[in-house]
Design a protein around this ligand. Structure first.
Ligand code: BES
Ligand code: ZN
Length: 879
């Protein structure tokens, strides 16, 4: 816990480290409460930096035992310890060996940063600044070193010992009671990529032969008894390795690649060199424990962490402001992998939905920051949707502008120029400018300006001249610290749709800037004219969501209905359905009038898509749902009443279901997947469609719906169907609800992972007594506040996945969350800060709720011992 007022770090203050560390030799002697780390560092001065008198090493929660330089212990005047580490005065001018011995206590480390224990397994998490909790070090990403790690332990305490790189030696000592392993990683790396693991783990092994014919050993380590749940992860890993060779020409660079699954992990997974560490939720899968969505997520996270080997590890970040350089780019790469392995359109819709649900509200609220922030207090607070998902969109826009081949050429140049370095966003962009001969000066604003641009589209058709003109306007609302914005370079992909649904040729008039079908929109206001159009075409704007912007378009409801049925761009078909539904929903909610046509045009268009056997089932499934309650709240964005949103949306879902009841029943039957479960995209798509139809049908009133849901539960032969049934039942006042949840408990209680679904289902319930039930579950013997997966399942689901209960008009949901944030902050600030983020949109709420939320936020801020994590977030949310 940090007690001083935390310091702000600024990008403009970046200076290279005055000292570099060429090699690191670690001897780690594992012990639950007194792990001893002896470190020998080969240190030298950095000729590219200002000379310094003091050598500062970062260190946190360490007990220092000894310190020497070139074998000689340092005298009292030679060094001093500071709250953040230790400083050594006037170290030798040339290169020297610095040896430090210190201890740390994994068992009591509940922050899960540094070296800690998860269900008995010793493991590490060093990104961003956890290495300093293992040993004293210059803990910043531009200090690259070659690591050798010798780990020793009682065999019984830790029968398996793993480190980065290749195993060079292992053996026993103390008459066979103890053992050790020496790992060497030849690739220089920053400290945040260090990892080690010790514990009772079982490997599943396989091999992969690289394009150049090298054989790589693959191992996935899990706790004993879980080996039969690794097959999908292994398969995903091999497909990821093959894809990176095919699409980017990138081969793996060590003889062995290991993944370890641990239960307690603050994040999803971590790309440590040659030794990825994963939240076990993102490795373990069997038809009885994992849904299709779980399988899909495992595949994409394995890919993501594997892809970091090149984008992140071989080329790392100069400083943490450049985080999007590895994260945004790697998210883009994992999205592309999923698009290639599954359905491109379905993937695009899912990614855009995710962006809108998480990044757009961040950009519209008090936590808004650029893709490359310019300052931070706590770096852990900047692993955000903006850095990750908007960062990925920025890479995608580059691809849109320079083409698939241009993108590959620029990436090749990036690897050629910067392999082995710690790079910056400017260096990355410079590779695109050189390889593709483009000017990205204005485009750089995507990294610098926060806020989601508003794109306003007006169309003018001139029948006499046979022209269509699009008048485009862009605007970005002010964000914290950025009152005025410059116009951005926005690539707008466009289609003009003829009356038969076919695309019309784009014939730009003189002065219209367009490359292929992408408008280059660079000014505040800009017009684009097309010729040869006697009849007014329907405009399909921002196809494929070619830029992360909000669109206001003057398309009529009829235009939208037409596009839903005919647009050649399947993304925009889905988008048009969302836009039409949102118009209806917000009309009813804000009272600006239910439209005379009611839901008939929407329901006709939705039904047609759902039943269209020419489209793939996974795609059709995405038409079975209205925009979520959160989407609607974000869209309305002021004076939000989550209760009203919930009611209106429920009623409309019900009306939609009623209007196509018999078709939905047909769909459910027709797409029921027979035979043994397989997680492949095609089968998953059919289950998604059947369950989408099922979900809508359960919106209908009364006994029939609960009978249908209970029957679906009873008949379910895999976790996907079982969860679909339970997700419907959890909102129903029916005895079947209790029976099904009890049955699920019996099935899942002995598996710490699967039981999280039971917690989450109850936390998501719309029923009025949910808060009381969540409070009761906090005291359940299988719940633990120290386990992040449990916290996310119960507290996270309640706060983020249950708007109607979290936003109770009496404010008790807010008080509950504030209590849990303070409780978490005393031992795991990262988790506390993430949970606190849920409050970010409090100012958009109606007055009563806004006041109640503010009161709870003030209570958190007034607390006397806050971590820098929570301090930074609560301050921003309230300011
Ligand atoms: N490097 C991160 C993990 C990380 C994040 C470590 C923050 C420390 C602090 C990793 O590559 C990552 O991004 N993981 C994501 C999943 C990914 C698929 C987006 C995660 O853990 O959620
Ligand atoms: Zn990542």
């Amino acid at each position: 816990m940090k007690t001083n007022t935390p310091r702000t770090i600024r990008l403009k203050d970046y200076a290279p480290s005055p000292f570099l560390i060429e090699t690191v030799d670690l001897e780690i002697d594992l012990h639950p409460t007194e792990t001893r780390v002896r470190s020998r560092l080969k240190v030298k001065r950095n000729r590219k930096a200002e000379p310094a008198e003091w050598l500062h090493l970062d260190g946190e929660e360490l007990a220092l035992e000894a310190i020497s330089i070139n074998g000689r212990p340092l005298g009292e005047g030679g060094w001093r310890s500071t709250p953040e580490g230790l400083s050594i005065k006037c170290p030798p001018k040339g290169s020297f060996e610095l040896a430090i011995t210190s201890t740390c206590s994994p068992e009591t480390n509940k922050a899960l940063s540094g070296l800690y224990r998860s269900r008995g397994i010793f493991c590490t998490q060093c990104e961003a600044e956890g290495f300093r909790r293992i040993t004293y070090f210059i803990d910043r990403p531009d200090v690259l070193s070659v690591y050798t790690t010798r780990i020793s332990a009682d065999i019984e305490l830790a029968p398996v010992l793993l480190g980065n790189g290749n195993l060079v030696e292992s053996g026993k000592s103390d008459g066979g009671r103890r053992h050790y392993a020496v790992w060497h990683d030849p690739h220089p790396k920053p400290s945040y990529l260090f990892a080690m693991v010790g514990g009772d783990l079982r490997p599943t092994t396989s091999t992969f032969t690289t394009a150049s014919g090298r054989e790589v050993e693959l191992r996935i380590y899990v706790e004993p008894g879980k080996e039969d749940r690794c097959a999908w992860a292994m398969d995903s890993l091999k497909r990821s390795m093959a894809w990176d060779e095919r699409r980017f020409g990138r081969e793996y660079d060590l003889d062995i690649f290991m993944i370890v699954a641990v239960s307690d992990f603050n994040m999803g997974a971590m790309e440590n060199k040659g030794l990825n560490i994963f939240n076990d939720q993102l490795i373990l899968a069997s038809p009885d424990t994992a849904t299709d969505i779980n399988y899909e997520r495992i595949e994409s996270v394995i890919a993501h962490e594997y892809f970091h080997n090149w984008t992140g590890n071989r080329i790392t970040c100069r400083d943490w402001f450049q985080l999007c350089l590895k994260e945004g780019l790697t998210v883009y790469r994992d999205q592309e992998f999923s698009a290639d392995e599954r359905s491109r359109t379905v993937q695009r819709v899912a990614d855009v939905k995710h962006l809108r649900a998480h990044q757009f509200p961040e950009d519209a609220g008090p936590l808004a920051h650029p893709v490359r922030p310019s300052k931070y207090i706590e770096i852990n607070n900047f692993y955000t949707a903006t850095v990750y998902d908007k960062g990925a969109e920025v890479c995608r826009m580059l691809e849109t502008m320079v083409g698939r081949e241009g993108f590959r050429k620029a990436m090749d140049l990036y690897f050629q120029r910067h392999d082995g370095e710690a790079a910056t966003v400017e260096q990355f962009i410079a590779c695109f400018e050189s390889a593709c001969e483009v000017d990205l000066g204005q485009f750089m604003l995507w990294y610098e300006q926060a806020g989601t641009p508003q794109l306003i589209v007006k169309t003018r058709h001139d029948a006499a001249k046979a022209t269509l003109t699009l008048d485009l306007e862009q605007a970005i609302a002010p964000t914290p610290g950025q009152a005025r914005k410059k116009p951005m370079h926005i690539p707008v992909r466009l289609g003009l749709v003829g009356t038969d649904g076919a695309d019309l040729a784009l014939k730009p008039a003189a002065g219209t800037v367009i490359a292929g079908d992408v408008l280059e929109f660079t000014q505040r206001r800009q017009s684009f004219t097309f010729e040869g159009l006697e009849l007014r075409p329907t405009v399909s704007i921002l196809r494929g969501f070619s830029a992360p912007v909000n669109v206001t378009h003057d398309a009529s409801d009829d235009d939208l209905a037409f596009l839903i049925g005919h647009d050649q761009d399947l993304f925009n078909r889905w988008q048009s359905m969302q836009t039409l539904a949102m118009r209806l929903l917000t009309g009813l909610i804000t009272g600006s009038g239910a439209r005379p046509a009611g839901i008939a045009p929407l329901s006709a268009a939705v039904r047609k898509t759902l039943m269209d056997e020419n489209l793939e089932p996974a795609y059709r499934a995405m038409f079975a749902g209205l925009p979520s309650e959160e989407d609607i709240a974000n869209h309305i964005a002021r004076n939000v009443d989550p209760g009203v949103i919930h009611d209106v949306r429920s009623k409309m879902s019900k009306a939609l279901a009623r209007s196509m009841e018999s078709d939905l029943a047909k769909l459910m039957k027709r797409h029921a997947v027979k035979g043994p479960y397989s997680p492949d995209a095609e089968s998953a798509g059919r289950r998604a469609l059947a369950n989408g139809a099922f979900g809508l049908l359960t919106r209908l009133d009364g006994a029939a719906a609960s009978e249908l849901a209970a029957g679906h539960y009873a008949k379910a032969r895999n976790m996907t169907d079982r969860m679909a049934a339970l997700a419907a039942l959890t909102h129903m006042r029916t005895p079947a609800r209790k029976e099904a949840l009890e049955d699920a408990y019996k099935r899942w209680k002995d598996d710490h992972l699967t039981i999280d679904k039971w917690f989450a289902l109850q936390a998501a319930s719309n029923l009025p007594g949910t808060l009381a039930q969540v409070e009761k579950l906090l005291r359940h013997p299988l719940f633990s506040i120290e386990a992040p997966n449990k916290v996310r399942a119960l507290i996270g689901t309640f706060a983020m996945g249950n708007p109607v209960n979290f936003h109770r008009p009496d404010g008790k949901g807010y008080a509950f969350l504030a209590d849990q944030v303070l409780r978490l902050d005393s031992f795991n600030p990262q988790m506390a800060s993430r949970m606190l983020g849920t409050f970010r949109s409090w100012r958009t709420l109606e007055e009563n709720r806004a006041n109640l939320a503010q009161r709870e936020l003030e209570r958190i801020r007034a607390h006397d011992k806050l971590s820098s994590d929570v301090f930074e977030i609560v301050g921003k949310i309230l300011d």
